[in-house]
Design a protein around this ligand. Structure first.
Ligand code: GLC
Length: 437
């Protein structure tokens, strides 16, 4: 990518390569977010320095006691792999301003203090070992750098600070080989892309790694949106980032957090919402002070991984909204659907004890219906626009989370009309008629 482009030219160039750059990410659907830093030692969330008015000199003491155990990033990556996640994003430097790598631009880092190790290097090596995409979270806001606040109203401070941010990100994108995602966060105290020099910054970053994906938090829209703590489909690429417990990104006591933490079923429900809306799920863990995976995350993620090993086609590589079929529909009141090419996947969180259930709105007939996990055929009939599934076993067949996926395979694209049925019409046939929709 050329540098020095106008905003319009830059955005056109970035858009022109977007489909090719994002192909892997659109397939991946599920990633692990890791919030780890000095704050992890305290266990009162990653914003504690400013939420609790802790002076810099006092907070800095945490750098001396920071002691990630050997192999911690490998433990995160091993769990991500086991969970069926395809990429990871780690906080290389959070708002506290402490760099977890061998940084020349920022001496307040994990080589000079604490473990005297390059944790980013360990993270990158672990991602490569487990064949996971590599994402770097990089805070724009900084509570440690002397210009981190004055940059908002002092021209010289702003110049120094934006250069500092650029130097940090340049190190990250030049010292570790191929990096897949640059994940900015919190563009404060400046409030515009002009204030952050984001246009120049991101052109420079793309010149270093032309395939890189950049999120939307440097005040430019870039490659994908980042709904936080909620899942909301949009027309552009998006990735919902979620804490594991609705309380904190950074570590909080696992035992106390456990009742608030997601179980496998809730994670699958989130994955279904993301996949059906054409988005990704970036699910966070906040490792313990020594970098161990928090206890409450292990079992749910392991169960989700076992489920994905059998039901992956219902999640990975979902079509986005823009590709046509109304993927958010296709189930019934208790069954939701995802869709891929000619196949529809029905997610049954509530399994019908009666052994049968109907699906309305299907205009064409599937060529076969089966359980996704093991291919067991499901008996069905298609009358009018209703598919009736019959002879289902009485208890949910899925042994991992009780979420059983039924696959409808069509010869051509499924044709479907949502909510069209009025019992009074045409003796009970729906108003979709037989025509194409
Ligand atoms: C928020 C918080 C931050 C967290 C981030 C994750 O913007 O400032 O602590 O890292 O969300 O998306």
């Amino acid at each position: 990518m050329a540098t020095g482009c106008s905003k319009k030219d830059y955005e056109e160039q970035v858009a022109a390569t977007r489909d090719a750059r994002m192909a892997w990410w659109r397939e991946a659907r599920f990633g692990m977010f890791v919030h780890y830093g000095l704050y992890s030692q305290v266990g009162r969330m990653e914003w504690l320095q400013t939420m609790e008015n802790i002076p810099i000199a006092e907070y800095e003491k945490l750098a001396g006691t920071f002691a990630p155990k050997p192999g911690a990033p490998r433990e995160w990556a091993a769990l991500a792999k086991k969970a069926g996640m395809k990429y990871m994003v780690m906080t290389t430097r959070h708002h506290e301003g402490f760099s977890l790598w061998d940084s020349k631009a920022n001496p307040y880092n994990s080589m000079n203090f604490g473990p005297k190790r390059d944790i980013v290097r360990e993270f990158v090596d672990a991602c490569r070992e487990f064949d996971l995409g590599i994402g770097f979270y990089s805070s724009l806001m900084d509570w440690h750098h002397p210009d981190g606040w004055t940059c908002a109203f002092d021209t010289e401070a702003r110049r120094r600070f934006t250069q500092y941010i650029r130097a940090l990100n340049t190190e990250l994108l030049t010292q570790y080989g191929k990096i897949d995602i640059l994940w900015y966060d919190v563009a404060l105290p400046m409030e515009s892309w002009e204030g952050w020099d984001s246009l120049e910054l991101n052109q420079a970053m793309r010149a270093l790694q032309s395939h890189i994906l950049i999120n939307d938090r440097s005040k430019l829209p870039e490659d994908f949106g980042t709904p936080e703590e909620h899942i909301a489909a949009t027309d552009r690429d998006w990735e919902a980032c979620m804490t594991f417990n609705g309380i904190s990104w950074g570590y909080v006591d696992s035992e106390q957090a456990a009742p608030y933490a997601y179980n496998a079923q809730r994670i699958l429900k989130m994955l279904q919402n993301c996949a059906s809306g054409g988005g990704n799920l970036l699910l966070n863990i906040g490792p313990t002070p020594d970098g161990s995976v928090p206890a409450d995350a292990v079992m749910p993620l392991t169960q989700v991984g076992a489920w994905l090993a059998e039901n992956g086609p219902a999640v990975y590589g979902r079509q986005s909204k823009s590709t046509g079929w109304p993927v958010a529909f296709g189930g019934n009141g208790v069954t939701t659907a995802t869709c891929s090419g000619p196949n529809v996947y029905l997610w049954n969180m509530i399994w019908p004890e009666s052994g049968e259930m109907g699906l309305g709105g299907y205009l064409n007939t599937p060529k076969s219906v089966r359980l996704l996990r093991d291919g067991t055929p499901v008996e069905f009939e298609h009358v009018g626009h209703r598919i009736l599934l019959k002879g289902l076993q009485r208890t949910a067949p899925d042994p991992h989370a009780g979420v059983t996926v039924i696959e409808l395979c069509f010869d051509e694209s499924p044709r479907y009309l949502f909510g069209s049925y009025y019992p009074q019409l045409h003796g009970g046939f729906d108003r979709a008629g037989e025509g194409k929709i």
